[in-house]
Design a protein around this ligand. Structure first.
Ligand code: SAM
Length: 297
């Protein structure tokens, strides 16, 4: 059963928390969405939810969860705040068959659910800003890549996910989130739509799985480790960032030339195609050079 709670009323939320001896904490990025219109727009970005399996990180007291459930999804929510978990279990969704709660840190817990149940159809969350990019990175690195993910994040993080190469926002996180997905900022959310209002700008990003793979699956781990090294020091050239991996200077020059990457270039200038070509060159070289295999694994 899904309860009938007025998530748009700040006084109703305050009363509920007070009755349960709870308060909001900054530590867990607790900013509830109180605008029904915004919540509807976020759920709508997921597409048809009927019968879909959805993961949600940080349901809080269930504002977005309720929208997802009412749209017909089977929702598994990860919530770290034990007080909120009690409300979700004992008041919001008592014996609701389409709702499942995993209590604890989503960063630590998603893997075992994935191992048991596989990839969900969709992930949708108003992510706590302090763990947002870490969570997305850990999914992609762990190769849990659903068809669609819809997140509310700090606008700055969304800009990085949507950045083009050579722009200031282009980073290792841009590359990581573009391996499997096309990312689009769907809309911005005004601070006043949250309780309490956050002091950063917020945006909703839609991550849609690419129809055609940009990176062959077997190359993904190599590309991810390469990106880590290449973007480790932004001011350094590609070649200088790669010097520590155990290849000689000449070999490195040859490898960069084969991939069509100028040695004096900075990583932020490289297109996805160049990065993939570079990962491919490393893949070939690793067969002959076990020492660098250790460094760039
Ligand atoms: N979904 C609700 C909404 O939209 O109103 C609340 C979103 S609030 C921005 C973030 C939620 O994530 C909070 O409920 C917080 O307790 C929870 N949270 C923070 N860190 C978490 C973590 N590592 N794992 C699971 N939940 C977390």
């Amino acid at each position: 059963m899904i309860w009938d709670f007025d998530y748009s009323s700040v006084s109703a939320i305050a009363k509920l928390l007070d009755e349960n001896g709870l308060s909001m904490t900054k530590k867990f990025g607790q900013n509830f969405l109180v605008s029904q219109q915004v919540l509807d727009r976020i759920a709508a970005q997921c597409g048809d939810l009927t019968g879909k399996t959805v993961w949600e990180v940080g349901p809080g007291i269930g504002a977005l969860t309720t929208k997802l459930l009412k749209a017909g999804a089977f929702v598994t929510s990860f919530e770290i705040d034990h007080g909120f978990c009690r409300i979700l279990r004992e008041q919001a969704y008592v014996e609701e068959p389409k709702f499942r709660l995993i209590e604890g840190d989503a960063l630590k817990n998603w893997r075992s659910l994935y191992d048991k149940k596989g990839v969900p159809d969709i992930i949708c969350a108003n992510l706590p800003y302090n763990v947002g990019s870490m969570f997305i990175a850990s999914l992609i690195e762990g190769r849990c890549v659903p068809q669609r993910m819809v997140y509310t994040l700090q606008s700055e993080v969304v800009q990085r996910m949507c950045a083009k190469n050579s722009s200031q926002d282009y980073s290792g996180f841009t590359v990581l989130t573009n391996i499997d997905y096309e990312n689009k900022e769907a809309f911005r959310i005004k601070a006043g739509c949250f309780f309490p209002p956050p002091n950063v700008d917020s945006s909703v990003v839609v991550m849609q799985r690419r129809q055609e793979k940009l990176v062959p699956e077997e190359l993904v781990p190599r590309l991810i480790s390469l990106v880590r090294v290449l973007f480790s020091q932004r001011r350094k050239t590609v070649k200088n960032n790669l010097k520590g991996i155990g290849l000689g200077s000449e070999e490195l020059d040859r490898l960069l030339a084969n991939a069509g990457v100028p040695a004096g270039e900075r990583a932020e200038k490289l297109s996805m195609d160049q990065l993939v070509a570079l990962a491919q060159e490393f893949e070939k070289t690793m067969h002959h050079s076990p020492s660098s295999k250790e460094v760039l694994k």
